[in-house]
Design a protein around this ligand. Structure first.
Ligand SMILES: Nc1ncnc2c1ncn2[C@@H]1O[C@H](COP(=O)(O)OP(=O)(O)O)[C@@H](O)[C@H]1O
Ligand SMILES: [Mg+2]
Length: 320
């Protein structure tokens, strides 16, 4: 294992078990609960059009999405982008067909089938029964338009004990079908915590300078509203009580920064995207109780954490 890089075993035993109390997991494993939690704290999230929990309710989908040309169907207990269907065209003129983000057309029966798969637990952790969330399709900020292929990029911030310690922006590709998850084939670009600019990027574990579909450079892009994104991420510590947390945010053209979801077992590839190991950053935070004021934590991030530069993480480092 390369020096300074957090590996799978140390993450699980040292950080997830050590800092994430299991009793808080439902708050983040269930995206509906996360939405409620965020709204109660006045943190904006994509609007929920409705929830489908039974096959009978699935028949009401056309009513739920009436008037919404675009929407997203998502398993409440999903992860890694699995089971997320992005619908970009919902027009009665098309004879009951829906258009998906890859331009394919599907019938109402196809959509119903997908929803029933979600309900039966096909995409949920442990295969338990689930429900399908129908939500607003985020209108991506133009900042990433040149480096996204049909989908909404998201910003992942890793928050340790309330301190944002590392970040990346994930850019959808043709392969990732409108989703920004690395395992779906999105590009991950490390973001400098200080400036909010992308520095280095990876695709399927290899270094890339350009987006594979648009050919535009993925390095040196300024993430808009960077200070706000850091602040929202830091606040998710109080929101959940989880010490080791992955926060996914999106930037909506009209609504600004929104919390998309939270993760109690965030992946390790953020280190490859940043060419920087996590261990030094985690160690500097240590396990002392964090200051209550978010502003104090953000000052510490700026002065002590952000300046820590890479250990040149080898791309072949075996982390997932
Ligand atoms: N409401 C939405 N609007 C647009 N894109 C979305 C929306 N929800 C999810 N996505 C896309 O799917 C990806 C995964 O969604 P997320 O809610 O983080 O679920 P998961 O737990 O599967 O990662 C996001 O990064 C984004 O690219
Ligand atoms: Mg996610």
């Amino acid at each position: 294992m390369a020096q300074g890089v957090l590996g799978m075993n140390a993450r699980n035993a040292g950080f997830i078990q050590g800092f994430n109390d299991r009793k808080h997991y439902p708050l983040v494993d269930d995206k509906l609960q996360t939405k409620r939690l965020a709204l109660a704290a006045s943190i904006a999230v994509p609007h929920l059009y409705g929830v489908i929990s039974t096959p009978q309710e699935a028949r009401g989908l056309p009513n739920l999405v009436a008037g919404h040309e675009q929407f997203v169907i998502k398993p409440a207990h999903g992860s890694g982008g699995d089971g997320i269907m992005v619908v970009t065209g919902n027009s009665p003129r098309r004879g009951g067909q829906y258009r998906l983000i890859d331009d394919s057309l599907v019938s109402a029966a196809d959509i119903n089938y997908h929803v029933s798969n979600i309900i039966s637990g096909r995409y949920s952790l442990g295969g338990h029964r689930d429900c399908a969330m129908i939500e607003y399709f985020v209108q991506a900020d133009d900042a990433f338009a040149a480096v996204s292929y049909r989908g909404v990029p998201d910003v992942r911030v890793l928050v340790f004990q309330g301190y944002p310690v590392m970040a990346m922006v994930r850019l959808p590709t043709r392969q990732s079908h409108g989703k920004a998850n690395l395992h779906q084939g999105a590009v991950g670009a490390g973001v400098d915590l200080l400036t909010g600019q992308t520095r280095h990027a990876v695709l399927d574990g290899d270094s890339v300078d350009e987006h594979p579909d648009t050919g535009e450079s993925v390095v040196g892009i300024q993430v808009p509203s960077w200070a706000t994104l850091l602040e929202l991420s830091a606040r998710c510590y109080e929101l959940t009580g989880l010490g080791y947390l992955g926060v996914d945010l999106v930037l909506d053209r009209e609504h600004g920064p929104l919390i998309l979801e939270l993760n109690a077992r965030p992946g390790l590839a953020i280190q490859i995207a940043n060419q920087t190991g996590l261990l030094r950053r985690l160690a500097i935070v240590g396990n002392r109780p964090p200051p209550r004021e978010v502003a104090d934590r953000l000052r510490f991030v700026r002065d002590e954490i952000a300046p820590i530069r890479g250990d040149r993480v080898p791309l072949a480092t075996a982390i997932s």
